[in-house]
Design a protein around this ligand. Sequence first.
Ligand code: APR
Ligand code: ZN
Length: 239
Amino acid sequence: MFESIADKLSQAEKIVFVTGAGISQESGIPTFRGKDGLWRKYDAMQLATIDAFYENPKLVWEWYDERRKNILAAKPNAGHTAIANLEKYKQVRVLTQNIDGLHQRAGSSQVYELHGSIITIKCTVCDFKEKITGDFSELPPRCKCSNMLRPDVVWFGEALPQNVWSEAIMQANSCNVMFVVGTSLAVSPANMLPIYAKQNGAILVEVNPEETLMSKDMDLSIRSTSAKALPELLSIVNK
Ligand code: APR
Ligand code: ZN
């Protein structure tokens, strides 16, 4: 699959991955857009907003609670593992829109969580922030300060964590190859990262069974799933 860019891959010093929900699809975690994007009768796009949370915190919390349990029961797949193993040969950075922590569980050491983490909670008012360890006795859970706790994720209408985003831009600007894996690139500002990389001379490779909004800008589009395509990378880079 990667023969046409084999030389560029072996010469590359730094490889950056921009990943989205599609990379975790083969771990059994549904994607957002398309037929998978419905939970009960709700569209994911309607639940993942700050307005939806304040209108119906219990409903939004039930969605996150169910997803967190599903994610904790899931395992990283061959795609996540291939990216982690690539660290033996290259400088690797993972800029992920996923909140599932599967890259870290697969062993990747340099992961930037652009949209936060489903495994962490924070207070809607005070500075409290913590990893979730057990189950909640009520939804929405309450902080010691008596205000509502919320998942530590980025909702539509919210800014990305400033330090994570500026680091992501630096990584995109300084890589030789960028892989864009399992994302529809429908969501800004994460969908700017391939543009930054290309402007700085990186080659762009997409791994996605479907065409995306930026397929025309790619140097190579692999129309396969990530768990099938990414393990092949290792054999090419390792030559
Ligand atoms: N391997 C690779 N790609 C896949 C696979 C697979 N096995 N299965 C599906 N895909 C692709 C789909 O073709 C689609 O292009 O993954 C992409 C998933 O797109 P989205 O559901 O839009 O997910 P993502 O791009 O991560 O969404 C961005 O939107 O809802 C918000 O904050 C949420 O982080 C999320 C953001
Ligand atoms: Zn608080």
